[in-house]
Ligand binder design. Structure first.
Ligand SMILES: [Zn+2]
Ligand SMILES: [Zn+2]
Length: 400
């Protein structure tokens, strides 16, 4: 580890928020565990929460999960993280969606049953599913193990057409179960607290992958722009890699929080003098801000051969990057998208070894809509996670 501030222990125990609806604070009874779908060869009806239109908010739904095929793993979901992408997708902010839509791609649970050809997972195993459930498996990206960059388009965990399953639209993890091909199932080390590990499957790998790609090691200085779900994981993972971490924030209120997470330094990005003082001090910047913003002041904090990875996808154009700054310091301006399956497994093992998990606030199904509003307002430290035991029992008939 680098000299300087010691890394505080991760807040592995989730905070359970009381239900503010005034109803019983205990969740509705957990749905009775259904029989392994593989036993019957029929689809299983799973309880879920999802959107029926762009304006519906999240409502109770019932999803038909396919009977596991020979390579499939049937997972009883325990927790699912709430990602900003879920809000955009369910509200139709990223274009046309197929409704009803059950979001969720930060899934942790236990194997309920496996198909006849699965010998690497067994019932009871603690497993995870991230943003991908399939890809073409044949293109150069897939053969290289970077399935997220599949040239024919990866199959997302929700809202995506699933060619190997008759073109059905995938449905995500705000649900009591899911069936996924074994190639896209991750092993979650038992040392990781399941609720706090769930956000590693998207927020964790999205920040781990560019840090690994840049080969961050002890003594490097990593800048993190934005301190939300992604940013707080970037701080923890970069510290665990041995880097010094500098957080850039527009908010004075976040200075203390950044230090608590383990940051060695905080720069108020609205203060030109502070930004000037940071000139040529950083090796690599992980920019997690999804709103349009000017990158040039950040690029000027990079040293020779530095790089800025942009992870947030702004809805509109950003101010142009100055070629002069790039040229005069041989800087790289790059993007990065989640991670492949092998790298996601590597990240989970790394996090278990270093005791890295997300800071989470566990919510019930009835709190999901309020949680979405709080996410949009930036009022969460740092990730909401749905406890799927609070989903109402599945109905007799599937909605989707
Ligand atoms: Zn996500
Ligand atoms: Zn491919």
């Amino acid at each position: 580890m680098t000299p300087g501030r010691p890394v505080p222990p991760p807040l592995g125990k989730p905070l359970v928020v009381s239900d503010e609806t005034g109803e019983a604070s205990l969740p509705t009874p957990a749905p009775a565990p259904s029989k392994p779908a593989s036993a019957s060869g029929m689809p299983t009806l799973a309880a879920a929460y999802g959107a029926t239109s762009a304006g519906s908010g999240l409502v109770p739904l019932t999803v038909a999960r396919r009977a596991p095929k020979e390579d499939d793993v049937e997972i009883e979901i325990d927790f699912c993280g709430l990602c900003h992408s879920d809000v955009h997708a369910t509200r139709g902010e990223w274009g046309e969606q197929n409704y009803p839509l059950v979001p969720g791609h930060e899934i942790v649970g236990r194997v309920r049953s496996v198909g006849s050809a699965v010998d690497d997972f067994a019932p009871g195993d603690l497993v995870g599913v991230g943003c991908l459930v399939d890809s073409c498996r044949e293109c150069d990206s897939c053969l290289e193990g970077v399935e997220q960059y599949c040239e024919r388009g990866n199959v997302g965990t929700y809202g995506a057409k699933d060619p190997r399953n008759g073109g059905a639209i995938t449905q995500g993890g705000y649900s009591t179960s899911v069936v996924v091909d074994r190639r896209f199932v991750l092993r979650v080390p038992e040392g990781l607290e399941p609720a706090a590990a769930a956000p590693l499957l998207c927020a964790g790998i999205t920040t781990y992958s560019p840090l690994r790609y840049f080969d961050v090691e002890e003594g490097d200085v990593v800048g993190v722009v934005g301190l939300g779900g992604l940013g707080h994981m970037a701080v923890k993972i970069a510290k665990a890699m041995g880097a010094q971490v500098v957080v850039f924030t527009t908010s004075e209120a976040k200075v203390e929080a950044a230090i608590e997470l383990g940051a060695d330094d905080v720069v108020l990005s609205k203060d030109p003098a502070a930004m000037e003082a940071a000139n040529r001090t950083i090796d690599v910047i992980i920019d997690t801000v999804a709103a349009p913003h000017d990158l040039n002041p950040y690029l000027r904090t990079l040293r020779l051969n530095g790089a800025l990875f942009q992870l947030g996808l702004p809805p509109t154009d950003m101010p142009p990057v100055s070629p002069g700054t790039l040229i005069r310091r041989r800087l790289s301006y790059a993007g990065s998208l989640i991670g492949g399956i092998a790298e996601t497994q590597e990240m989970l093992d790394f996090c278990a070894e270093h005791g890295v998990v997300s800071d989470v606030e566990v919510v019930t199904a009835r709190q999901l809509n309020e949680a979405y509003d709080r996410m949009v307002a930036g009022d969460v430290k740092y990730r909401f996670v749905l406890d799927t035991k609070t989903l109402q029992p599945a109905s007799e008939k599937a909605d989707v």
